[in-house]
Ligand binder design. Structure first.
Ligand SMILES: O=C(O)CCC(=O)C(=O)O
Length: 281
């Protein structure tokens, strides 16, 4: 990936709707060193790895919410290039749905991040090191997000058994590898099947999750999604920094989640009792 293009053309939007992913080569090249520095500061403030312990390279370390930890990273939501992607793919009133920061270790098997019908959920991923197909670049299966499609629903049922059903290992499943360098951005529909193979023990990456605003009659589903944050032991989906530094425009992207999160503290309290540490993903 090399060329900078921050505008979203009708063709790109159509490509995203058809195939479930998009790449933006060099979109943030002008500030990726600063962003990477901020990424490392978050980890330094949290003991270097998962749950205030050093990252030992044996299991994924994960911090949720991630961009919320630093004012500069919160401001990525306001970056006109990121906001343009969100607005064009999700509408002007899109929701910020949290973020995760990661030191990944090794492979990530095939999965979808959700299986949503009628309400698009989008992940914007920032991989901070050069990655190829063999060294942990994100791979996606085009069209696998189309929940009503027979091909996609077949994949949903079968992708976890590729060796048994198709005689190929995960890394051999036909897929597009989104090879990236620092400053390139990739995004995909949460339904899209994705994976990564051959990565090292400290593969640096963070994401921003966004979705279309939920209609009133589907707010129970939004609250259910928000319940999922309990496994990260957070009482609010957003940090104080995210809320305190929000402009009127950013606030618009926070309010629906904030207004539907009152059940989260109790769920997190229970999770703290039941889990030895916050979830790693
Ligand atoms: O890069 C990876 O290992 C996978 C990323 C992923 O699964 C995700 O962000 O949902």
């Amino acid at each position: 990936m090399s060329e900078v293009d921050s505008r979203l053309t009708d063709r790109q939007i159509r490509f995203f709707r058809t195939f479930g992913y998009l790449g933006f080569p060099g979109l943030l090249s002008d500030c990726i060193e600063e962003i990477t520095g901020e990424f490392e500061k978050v980890w330094a403030d949290r003991g270097g790895g998962h749950y205030n312990r050093p990252h030992e390279g044996k299991a994924r370390s994960c911090i949720v919410p991630f961009i919320d930890q630093r004012e500069r990273l919160c401001a990525l939501l306001d970056d006109p290039r990121i906001a343009a992607i969100a607005r064009k793919l999700l509408g002007d009133d899109f929701n910020y749905m949290g973020s995760d920061g990661n030191y990944y270790v090794g492979d990530t098997g095939w999965h979808s991040d959700g299986w949503h019908q009628g309400i698009a959920h989008l992940k914007i991923a920032f991989y901070l090191d050069p990655l190829t197909r063999e060294t942990g670049a994100l791979q996606v299966i085009p069209g696998s997000h189309l929940i009503e499609d027979r091909y996609a629903s077949g994949l949903q049922q079968e992708i976890g058994r590729s060796e048994e059903l198709w005689g190929v290992r995960g890394a051999e499943v036909p897929a597009v590898a989104l090879e990236t360098g620092p400053g390139d951005i990739v995004c995909f529909n949460h339904n899209t099947k994705h994976a990564a193979f051959g990565g090292g023990a400290r593969r640096r990456m963070f994401t921003i999750n966004l979705c279309q605003r939920y209609p009133e009659n589907r707010l129970p589903e939004l609250r259910n999604y928000i319940s999922g944050f309990a496994r990260f032991w957070v009482d609010c989906p957003y940090s104080d920094t995210m809320i305190r530094t929000a402009s009127a425009e950013r606030t618009r992207h926070l309010e629906q989640v904030l207004n539907n999160s009152s059940h989260l503290p109790e769920l997190s309290r229970k999770a703290r009792e039941e889990m030895p540490e916050p979830s790693r993903g």
